[in-house]
Design a protein around this ligand. Structure first.
Ligand code: ADP
Length: 492
């Protein structure tokens, strides 16, 4: 049978061999492992080499008193924590005080009762065990605190030094809770001007209210083009990504920006330059193709006619693209102002439907419009352009034998009118719901080729609607259909 593990390792230091023997026998009998020595110096060495769990120490010893032994043990890191119980025939209070001053944890007077010795040993061993446990837990806690502090410092450094402007905003109010130095540098505001104020109060965008609504109704978006209005009134182009974060039970928007002002300027310059340069040769090409197809230069074979019609179709597409680009740039840069006047929405809805009827017939799609007579103060040509674009998209992306419906309703509460164009087409994946309003963004890269689009229509629509102080958005389910909404204010 294996020996039972001893309850604890006890070192007894007493110069009287009888006492030593008596204590050793009793303690061993009660399950302790005992080392006994008669000299203080031997006891110190033994404790240093192999620290016991507890020491029983006689006070009166010839060469080195118990107090001295205790002082040595307490001065040494290896033995400092070992509980020491003094055993002595001296009963004076001063002796006991001296023992506690030397670092003893208890004092037993001889002749002793073995039960008392055992009970005191047990108590101090338990105390020591609990103390060690506490020490360990404390060290673990300290380590955890150090690690957390380290992690916090790491993230704070990243936040502070990020070249990307970052802002943390409450979703409910759009209140700025935290911003980093890059944000202050791009916006031109000081920290005090920003913290606690909302994006609408600071007027950080042309339409901060719409932007806030977008934060409240969207879970996340990436690289959304946004025009940031700085403190000095200048405009910076930024790409904005947003995600929701929960902190202490409140939902915040984490906004990370990328300054693309310079890139945008070069891009716009390039696009407008190239477009202008392309228009002249294209017009001449179109003239030549027209001349060829008129037959004035001789008649063409059937194959020749086919090749010519491909040429004409593609030249027309190119012209459409260039016109769209120039149109968009002119609206964006404010070169085209909205020519607002009083017009009836019902007339615009009817005209737009009539214009798109031929296309709908070709695609075997039923166009259904419920005109609503409401007076608008708007540029009728531009609103027509937006409506026909939405109808044309709805027809393009719907299968035959389905219906495209245009409706309108006014809301007295917000004094605005909402026009909707609903189709039963292929729908738009949720992650592209935002991006399709950006330039050249198409759900499928083949859309330009197969459907003859430019990827600019919705961007133009959004610009037109925003110039009227309205907003445009879409709700869609893949394979079921999409509904585009245009909301226009009435009392402007
Ligand atoms: P395009 O000239 O390509 O139609 P738009 O800016 O008008 O350019 O539209 C961008 C893209 O949005 C389209 O290419 C298409 O992928 C998607 N889209 C627009 N309207 C619809 C719709 N009603 N149904 C499905 N997808 C649509």
């Amino acid at each position: 049978m294996p020996e039972p593990t001893p309850k604890a390792d006890i070192l007894v230091i007493d110069d009287t061999p009888e006492n030593l023997n008596l204590l050793s026998v009793l303690l061993i009998k009660h399950g302790y492992k005992v080392r006994s020595v008669t000299k203080g110096s031997t006891g110190i060495r033994g404790a240093q080499v192999m620290p016991p769990d507890l020491i029983l120490l006689d006070v009166n010893m010839p060469q080195m008193s118990g107090y001295e032994v205790c002082h040595h043990l307490k001065a040494d890191d290896r033995t400092r924590e070992i509980p020491i119980i003094f055993i002595s025939a001296l009963e004076a209070v001063s002796d006991k005080v001296k023992a506690f001053q030397a670092g003893g944890v208890d004092y037993i007077t001889k002749p002793f009762q073995i039960e008392e010795v055992l009970a005191r040993i047990e108590t101090h061993l338990t105390l020591r065990r609990l103390q060690s446990q506490l020490q360990l837990q404390n060290e673990q806690l300290q380590q955890e605190i150090r690690e957390r502090k380290h992690a916090e410092e790491k993230f704070a450094t990243i936040f502070q030094h990020s070249p990307n402007p970052i802002a943390i905003v409450t979703v409910s109010e759009g209140q700025l809770m935290e911003v980093n130095p890059s944000f202050l540098s791009i916006s031109g505001y000081t920290r005090d001007q920003v913290i606690g104020n909302s994006i609408t109060q600071l007027h950080l965008g042309h339409d901060s209210a719409t932007f806030l609504r977008r934060l409240q109704t969207t879970e996340t978006f990436h690289n959304l083009e946004f025009e940031l209005l700085t403190h000095s009134g200048s405009v910076k182009s930024i790409l904005l990504s947003f995600d929701r974060i929960e902190l202490n039970g409140t939902t915040y928007a984490l906004l990370i920006a990328n300054d693309i002002t310079e890139r945008k300027r070069l891009e716009n310059e390039f696009i407008s330059l190239v477009s202008h340069e392309l228009r002249t040769p294209l017009t001449s090409m179109m003239g030549s193709l027209d001349l060829l197809s008129s037959g004035q230069l001789g008649s063409l074979t059937e194959q020749g006619q086919q090749v010519l019609s491909i040429g004409v179709k593609n030249a027309e597409r190119l012209i459409r693209l260039i016109n769209d680009i120039l149109d968009l740039e002119r609206i964006r840069s404010g070169k085209i102002t909205m020519n607002r006047r009083s017009c009836n929405l019902a007339d615009l809805m009817i005209q737009a439907t009539e214009e798109m009827q031929a296309m709908a017939d070709r695609s075997e799609i039923q166009l259904s419009t419920e005109p609503v007579s409401i007076l608008l103060n708007a540029d009728p040509d531009r609103i027509m352009q937006a409506l026909t674009n939405l109808l044309s998209n709805a027809i393009k992306f719907s299968p035959a034998q389905t219906t495209v419906q245009m409706q309108a309703c006014s809301s007295g509460q917000t004094s605005s009118v909402c026009i909707s164009v609903c189709d039963q087409g292929r729908g738009i994946p949720s992650h592209q719901i935002q991006t399709i309003f950006e330039r050249f963004q198409q759900v499928d890269t083949s859309d330009a080729r197969q459907k003859g689009g430019t990827g600019l229509g919705l961007s133009i629509c959004r610009n037109i609607i925003e110039q009227h102080g309205g907003r445009i958005w879409v709700e869609s389910t893949v394979k079921q259909g999409s509904t585009f909404y245009i909301e226009l204010p009435l009392n402007t």
